[in-house]
Write a protein of this length. Structure first.
Length: 154
């Protein structure tokens, strides 16, 4: 396989420091762009959107914790054995996270957000405005264990 090099466009600052699974809804943080690579114009127009999609790196997951097969989500044996690509856990092969959060405001190189499930210091790889047509075009569904897992997430 060919390696792909990706560099952060910025970092999460503030918000939550400890890595925890639930209660992200009230967490406010700032995504600060790298001022050596970007100027404020990189964010022009972002404040006209309500939500943002953030791609980030789970940089605190050690390589030896990466999962490539199946596991019980959150180690809960009451839930079925699920392949790593059928869940959103952090111990993924490339340790990539994708999150949607509310844009509170944009100030220079800072994007103030709420509900981003990434901790202080997390490298941010990309930002994209959330557009309604990128959501499911038909009815979405999920298994019961996923609904239970997400009950207290936000």
């Amino acid at each position: 396989m060919t390696a792909i090099e990706v560099r952060p466009v910025g970092w999460v600052t503030g918000g939550r420091a400890p890595v925890e699974d639930d209660a992200w809804g009230g967490v406010e943080a700032v995504i600060r762009l790298d001022g050596e690579k970007f100027g404020p114009e990189a964010l022009y127009g972002l404040d006209t959107f309500s939500h943002l999609e953030v791609v980030f790196h789970f940089d605190r997951v050690p390589e030896e914790r990466v999962e490539t097969g199946a596991r019980h989500p959150r180690g809960n044996t009451g839930w079925p054995l699920i392949g790593i690509f059928a869940q959103r856990g952090k111990n993924r092969p490339n340790r990539l996270g994708v999150s949607r959060c509310k844009i509170l405001r944009v100030d220079g190189l800072d994007v103030h957000v709420a509900g981003l499930d990434a901790v202080d210091g997390t490298p941010v790889l990309d930002l994209k405005p959330w557009m309604a047509k990128f959501g499911p075009l038909d009815t979405a569904f999920q298994p019961a264990w996923a609904t239970e897992l997400m009950r207290d997430y936000y």
